[in-house]
Design a protein around this ligand. Structure first.
Ligand code: BDR
Ligand code: CA
Length: 310
């Protein structure tokens, strides 16, 4: 089977870490590189976390630092969920690997232009790097087959009543991507809130007993404690691996083809992904939005992703 070429753009982040783990060793994915953005923590921290993850999991791909800041807004990090380091809960050995010698935005542009086959861009953080790459070299869009993003919500937000963290962190960047004409698939809170890392899930993955399962269980325990303290949730929603899981088995979600508008008005709904699920407005459709998730299948995919490290 042909492997899908992907660039993963992320801001680790506990759930980004599991997305990296899943994409890093798969028969179905050719991970061309990881680009990093400021989001859950400062770029310096999300970058270091990415290097730590790649070194620990033996994922030998270019890691490039992208934008430290959103296009217009001031960066607002999220230590309440991800801790001061951005990835609290795991002690990594000293770093011996380093960043690829190229800025993340240039890496996205050059990698996509040079690729013989189309590239899928998966974003699990603010969409700043991809928006800048599109503005820098619009020709890349001819060689992107689709953009998969964890972000947004057509129901409720998690930062404001209206907005989800990744889109709220850089609404203008999301606006550029959603209006670029590229095929966009949105995996938002509507579905990721259904995949909760209950204690039973942690125990199931712990039984696999390898370095990836150790990472999963240590990170998810801290993630859950922080979700409980911040939102009163019994378990945390494991958002970011969902678009990667979709690349492995498309039947893990159901998608609807809708018009989606990013609110950049700076009003109460700033950063909302306004998805016209019922097609009230009869506007041109631009987004596939995930409306259902098969929770059991998702955990099976995560389990297989951990087993790939045996
Ligand atoms: C998103 O926000 C971040 O905190 C997570 O890593 C995830 O990408 C969920 O709203
Ligand atoms: Ca993230």
């Amino acid at each position: 089977m042909n492997k899908r070429n992907i660039i993963l753009d992320c801001d680790p982040g506990h759930d980004d870490a599991i997305a990296i783990m899943l994409a890093g060793k798969s028969d179905l994915i050719n991970l061309l590189g990881i680009t990093v953005v400021g989001g859950n923590q400062t770029l310096e921290k999300t970058g270091r976390n990415t290097l730590n993850l790649c070194q620990y999991l033996d994922i030998d791909v270019p890691v490039c630092l992208g934008s430290a800041n959103p296009l217009v807004k001031i960066l607002e990090v999220c230590p309440q969920i991800h801790g001061e380091s951005g990835l609290d809960g795991f002690d990594f050995p000293d770093l011996t690997i380093d960043y690829h010698n190229q800025n993340g935005i240039n890496f996205i542009v050059e990698t996509i232009l040079e690729s013989k086959e189309k590239v899928t861009v998966v974003t699990t953080g603010p969409m700043t790097n991809l928006a800048l790459a599109i503005r820098l070299e619009p020709k890349i869009m001819d060689n992107i087959d689709e953009v998969l993003l964890m972000g947004g919500s057509y129901t409720n937000g998690n930062v404001t009543p209206a907005a989800e963290f990744n889109i709220y962190s850089d609404p203008e960047a999301a606006f550029i991507v959603f209006n670029s004409g590229l095929p966009v698939k949105m995996f938002g809170l509507d579905v990721t809130r259904k995949v909760m890392v209950y204690q039973s899930v942690i125990e199931r993955m712990e039984k696999l007993n390898n370095k990836a399962s150790l990472l999963f269980s240590k990170l998810m325990k801290v993630f859950n404690e922080n979700q409980y303290r911040t939102f009163g949730l019994e378990a945390g929603p494991l958002h970011d691996p969902l678009p990667i899981a979709y690349l492995m088995d498309k039947s893990v979600v159901e998608l609807s083809w809708v018009h989606c508008d990013i609110d950049i008005s700076r009003g109460d709904s700033y950063g909302r992904t306004n998805c016209d699920i019922f097609d009230y407005m009869k506007l041109p459709k631009n987004t596939f939005v995930a409306t259902k998730v098969d929770v059991n299948k998702y955990w099976d995919i995560i389990e297989q992703g951990i087993k790939n490290y045996n």
